[in-house]
Design a protein around this ligand. Structure first.
Ligand code: SF4
Length: 254
């Protein structure tokens, strides 16, 4: 499949950056410290204590202690207990349940909004053109797709890729919290405004969220553009680039 000019631009830029890293990663990035976090919680760039993250997440999950998946100890066990979920209307229209993929011990977790058409067919998050671009974005800052863990706020596709409805998020987000509590990432990268606002429970524009480090139960969170948005708007790629470099620097500082 031939690439659009915007894909060419971004792919070339990412490829150039990967080559530049042959010298030394730290020499080619210009990390700019985050502005003051919007939340009162510390930015925790040096990495939270795992026990803090686990403790705060466990508090959120306590409400669901009577659900069969609550006691799951592994991602496999969790998936097996929720993959027939029909808690919201999206369970009726999905083709495949899209749980998540990647390293169960990842330090970096990538969170998107919801499965799209390709993901709904294949049962894996971030496949198709946006997924390929995400892989390139990760590779450009020296992460393999298999090295991180990738999931979405919703596990079932909203029809016609409409935005998730509040009751759908409310029904589905405990599964994501449980995934986070099992993986125990140190950094979360939210892709797009919907992922950022729903995870962080903020009503902010993407523009206001980008460039800052937030806190989710002791885990550092940064928010950047969704790869699908970058495919549509090549002018945003430089901003995404800065966000990725920041994530890499945070990772190096763990
Ligand atoms: S979106 Fe989430 S809550 Fe709704 S049916 Fe799918 S898995 Fe269940």
């Amino acid at each position: 499949m031939s690439k659009t000019p915007s894909e060419h631009d971004l792919a070339a830029e990412l490829e150039r950056f990967v080559k530049e890293q042959a010298a030394r990663f730290g020499d080619v990035i210009s990390y700019v410290p985050a502005k003051a976090p919007v939340s009162e919680a510390p930015a925790a760039a040096a990495g939270p204590q795992p026990s803090i993250a686990i403790g705060l997440l466990e508090e959120k999950l306590q409400v669901h202690r009577n659900e069969p998946w609550y006691t799951a100890k592994t991602l496999e066990e969790l998936e097996s207990k929720i993959n027939q979920c029909q808690k919201c209307r999206l369970g009726e229209t999905r083709t495949k349940f899209v749980f998540g993929v990647g390293n169960p011990n990842a330090k970096v977790m990538v969170i998107g909004e919801a499965p799209g058409a390709d993901e709904d067919k294949q049962g894996e998050p971030f496949v198709g053109r946006a997924g390929q671009l995400l892989n390139k974005m990760l590779a450009a800052v020296e992460f393999k797709r298999e090295e991180v863990y990738i999931a979405n706020i919703l596990k079932s596709r909203p029809p016609n890729n409409r935005d998730p409805k509040p009751d759908e998020v409310e029904a589905c987000e405990p599964y994501l919290w449980k995934q986070i509590s099992i993986v125990k990432p140190k950094i979360i990268l939210c892709l797009g405004r919907i992922a950022g606002t729903n995870l962080l429970k903020m009503n902010e524009s993407l523009g206001r969220m980008r460039g800052q480090v937030f806190d989710f139960c002791g885990i550092s969170v940064i928010v950047t553009y969704h790869p699908a948005a970058l495919l549509r708007n090549p002018d945003w790629k430089h901003g995404a680039w800065e966000d990725l470099k920041k994530m890499r620097r945070m990772y190096e500082e763990l």
